[in-house]
Write a protein that binds this ligand. Structure first.
Ligand SMILES: *Cc1c(COP(=O)(O)O)cnc(C)c1O
Length: 347
């Protein structure tokens, strides 16, 4: 059986003998060498951490495994979360695997089809609210005191702890810490988690520290602007967040690592997402395209050295949001099932 992150990284995590080994086989995701995008930008050591291959299709599974284990340890019988989609998909999956109830509060109309279908299929109780993610999270914070409920948003410290295992894995896979890490920033839990993982590797193993580069979407860039955004807008629903819960720790990651958090446009996001699929064979969510878009911009403006080890985190699976994927693409019309007709169609 593939060990999950609790078993693999127990020494790095706040686990006790009473912590159940909750796992759907999360983690152990591939670090894929870029064969085309990197070389085309003059970068010889670009890698993609393909987190879309986690059990529910996003990196959220790492933190969820630990958060659910600790919830069970503390006697909770129900999980509750607000979500732009992937947290709810992940929470619902882990709840199902342990016979817990999952209650998810979602921004109505703001969640990609695949993620909604997942939560429904895993048997979660879904409450769509007429408001954005930030409002949904406020509601969940208010419900948090209900006896027996465990909040599994990234305001739950075990989520961040579990997610830091991605940094530990990257270190194992490269044999060293990377020079730079690019990733999308929404609620800012993931950039916080990676930075914590690399910082602990630095303290315990003497590893070097990477520069952290976070990408927000132009229409949902509170950290870049320095103030909350009331009505966050972007095609990348996973990072459509106007008031990130881990704002301060994201700034610390940026500043302590001498990195950056910058905004990229929806056009850059979708174009990077398509480039990943066409040039590398890697299907990722629009949000994942944001990190790649920032990397491309920095490479094209001469801010990266050719031999730097660069890791781009592909946070979620592209199949989750077929509508975003098909934007600007067109399925050709059907033809007769004959050799002539197909030859004519090929042109
Ligand atoms: C949650 C999520 C993000 C944003 O991560 P934060 O920890 O909220 O910054 C980015 N991409 C995908 C696919 C996600 O599910």
């Amino acid at each position: 059986m593939t060990p999950g992150i609790i078993e693999r990284y127990a020494a790095w995590l706040p686990v006790t003998p009473a912590t159940p080994l909750v796992s759907l086989g999360e983690g152990s995701t591939p670090l894929v060498t870029s064969r085309r995008i990197g070389p085309s930008l003059g970068l010889s050591r670009l890698f993609f951490k393909y987190e879309g291959l986690n059990p529910s299709g996003s990196f959220k599974d790492r933190g969820m495994a630990l958060a659910v284990a600790k919830a069970i340890e503390s006697g909770a019988h129900a999980l509750i979360c607000a979500s732009t989609g992937n947290t709810s998909a992940s929470a619902s999956a882990y709840a199902a695997s342990r016979g817990l109830k999952a209650l998810v509060v979602l921004p109505s109309g703001g969640v990609a089809t695949g993620k909604l279908a997942q939560a429904l299929a895993y048997g979660a109780l879904i409450v769509p609210v007429r408001g954005n993610f930030d409002r949904a999270l406020e509601v969940v914070r208010a419900l948090a005191q209900t006896p027996g409920y465990a909040v599994v948003n990234s305001i739950n410290p075990f989520r961040i702890e579990g997610q830091k295992t991605a940094a530990l894995e990257v270190f194992e896979q490269l044999g060293v810490a990377p020079d730079r890490v690019f990733l999308p920033v929404g609620n800012a839990g993931n950039i916080t988690a990676y930075w914590r993982g690399f910082s602990e590797l630095h303290e315990k193993r003497g590893a070097s520290l990477p520069r952290m580069h976070g990408a927000q979407a132009t229409g949902a860039a509170p950290i870049v602007k320095g103030h909350p955004v009331k009505r966050p807008r972007t095609v990348a629903s996973a990072i459509r967040i106007g008031n990130p819960a881990s704002w301060k720790t994201a700034l610390a990651a940026r500043d302590q690592s001498h990195g950056s958090i910058e905004a990229v446009t929806d056009e850059e996001i979708l174009s990077a997402q398509r480039l990943l699929a066409r040039e590398e064979g890697l299907l990722a969510e629009p949000a994942s395209g944001a990190g790649v878009a920032l990397l491309i911009r920095m490479a094209q403006t001469g801010q990266l050295r050719p031999d730097e080890r660069i890791v781009c985190v592909l946070t979620g699976q592209g199949l989750k949001d077929p509508h975003a994927l098909m934007r600007g693409l067109r399925l050709p019309p059907a033809v007769e099932p004959t050799e002539d007709a197909v030859r004519a169609a090929i042109g």
